[in-house]
Write a protein of this length. Sequence first.
Length: 227
Amino acid sequence: MNSSRDLALVSASAIVGALISALAFRFFSSNPKPRRAAASTEISALSRRFPALDPYSPLKRNGYLSWDDYFMAIAFLSAERSKDPNRQVGACLVSQNGVILGIGYNGFPRGCSDDRLPWAKKSKTGDPLETKYPYVCHAEVNAILNTNHASAAGQKLYVTMFPCNECAKIIIQSGVAEVIYFVEKRLNDSDVAYVASHKLLAMANIKVRKHQPEMNQILIKFEEDLL
């Protein structure tokens, strides 16, 4: 009895399998062009998104970051960590052979609560202790101090904003050889902090240059590419 039932099940399965195979064969043989067209569309869309995608090409890709843009971008990314509501500054200390030694951003010293100290630029009562300036550590200083005991002597410092005179003193004393900045904060030509900074850096024979980006923007998106 069981043998007969098993035989019937096997036969039924074979018939169903044959029908599915026949239908599949009929579908693919009667619709070859639409399937190829769909594949072609998919490949061309992929090519538009990744124009240099070629698994057989021995060439490197174009459009990669220059060293200068790379290190300045890290300085900009570091600035995003700053909690200063008015101005975020980032810095990146780099060795002459392109090794990142330290990064930093403007904020309060370690162990000093950024909820208990003021972030204001001005005081309503005229009290400087009600502003951020007596407390904040600048990005350049933090980058130099965050080197994990590596020497800053002879190295390059990338900073999103030209350093003030106080930072210039620390840059000089630490032995930094070159400062690369993105923008210069100059309220006017007689701004003492920045005039003095230029004078000090020049007297110390520290090379100073303005960053000239090769790319207009660098987009970072936190998402997985399913392709």
